[in-house]
Design a protein around this ligand. Structure first.
Ligand SMILES: [Zn+2]
Length: 401
């Protein structure tokens, strides 16, 4: 490795130059055109082992062991999908079909998935998880978060997290997804379980704790009790907040220094002000509004107020069964007022911020070499060419996958 490497020179890992990149998104304003995307035209990247070692003008690239020609394509950081629900079994096709056909459907929503997930074997749950992870990876997602929330018993929640933890570091305990059907008559007893025995069993597998703060799920005081108990066990909070109705979730998230308030579809001015003044990211999940024909979150309002915005899939079998971040980018641009640049930033650096990570979501020296080649000359095509599989090649941790 030449002297331009910023990583340790004592290691003898293989270096690879990726060159002939028409347009490179670094998400480091100091590296490129000064914009938040840190764009570099006619760019090159040097990978040393699993990390980015150098980024810049292709004519100034240092010597390396290997060389890859990007063929004039755009290269972006791998997507950071900071919100998914991938440990589940079963299918809710009929529910979706009924909803899209304007027919009433009286099945149990999340409860349907809870019943199927409890009945599934560990192997079945893991097979399902790895299937959707592979699907997401092919579409450019190199970092993902996923949750429990379809078990709702001590055993079923902890096994979901154990299975998830074998595939990602970003594991979230969501015992408080809904009040378990077993405790329908006594929600207080369920909150006691979620903050007691279930938390003890789940905390070793999780980094995060989450609660669905919403009418019909958990109110503000219950959410506060759940997240506070999780913090005491070393878990960091994030919240499903203000999705279906206005409510206390967003302000509670900021008050508790949650990494993210997710959904943010129904926000008062005070909610927006709270997000703008705190460190909590607003994670928008347009797949949910798309799949339920609901009102879009107003991304423009948040960005203009100075709020950090992430874009994620919310991939789950009920309300947003897409693993495609490019699809969410297209929706955010078309229907939520984001510019293509903002949407790509939010799906990469924004997702990393929602996970409080600096080693992913950007292509700067020291970050993981997680990147996607697009069959396009620019990242703008992700919104300009909706539905087209533009991700041609994905690298994760310095290796082509
Ligand atoms: Zn969710």
């Amino acid at each position: 490795m030449s002297s331009t490497s910023s990583t340790g020179s004592a290691t003898s890992s293989t270096t690879t130059l990726i060159t002939n990149i028409a347009s490179l998104v670094t998400n480091d304003p100091s590296l490129g055109d000064g914009s938040p995307l840190g764009l570099i035209q006619d760019a090159a990247v040097v990978i040393d082992g699993d990390r980015i070692a150098w980024t810049g003008d292709s004519r100034k690239a240092p010597a390396t062991d290997n060389r890859v020609d990007a063929g004039g394509r755009a290269v972006i950081p791998g997507f950071v999908d900071s919100h998914s629900h991938l440990v589940f079994a079963g299918d809710r096709t009929q529910e979706f079909n009924a909803r899209m056909s304007g027919r009433a459907y009286s099945a149990g929503g999340i409860r349907t998935t809870v019943a199927a997930t409890r009945a599934a074997s560990d192997e079945e749950l893991e097979r399902n998880l790895t299937h959707y992870l592979a699907e997401a990876l092919r579409q450019g997602t190199t970092t993902f978060e996923t949750k429990s929330g379809y078990g709702l018993t001590v055993e079923d929640e902890s096994r979901a997290l154990r299975i998830a933890a074998a595939h990602t570091d970003e594991v979230t305990y969501l015992g408080a997804h809904i009040v378990s059907p077993d405790h329908a008559d006594d929600p207080a007893a369920y909150v006691a379980l979620v903050t007691g025995e279930m938390l003890d069993a789940c905390a070793p597998y999780a980094r995060w704790i989450d609660v669905f703060c919403e009418k019909g799920a958990f109110d503000g005081e219950q959410a506060r009790a759940i997240l506070t108990a999780g913090k005491a066990k070393g878990l960091h909070p994030r919240i499903h907040a203000n999705q279906l109705t206005y409510g206390p979730g967003v302000q509670l998230a900021v008050e508790l220094d949650a990494a993210s308030a997710d959904h943010c579809t129904h926000l008062t001015d005070a909610d927006v002000d709270a997000l703008a003044s705190g460190a909590t990211v607003a994670t928008l999940l347009p797949g949910a509004e798309f799949s339920t024909r609901a009102e879009w979150p107003d991304a423009r309002r948040l960005v203009d107020a100075g709020v950090t915005v992430a874009l994620s899939t919310d991939c789950n079998p009920g309300s947003s069964f897409t693993s495609s971040v490019p699809f969410c980018i297209a929706l955010a641009v078309r229907d939520m007022g984001m510019t293509p640049d903002e949407a790509v930033w939010s799906a990469t650096a924004g997702g990393a911020a929602a996970l409080r990570r600096e080693d992913v979501g950007r292509l700067a020296p020291g970050a993981y070499a997680d990147l996607a080649f697009l069959d396009a000359p620019s990242h703008v095509h992700l919104a300009y060419r909706p539905g087209v599989p533009l991700v041609r090649e994905v690298w994760r941790r310095g290796t082509r996958v």
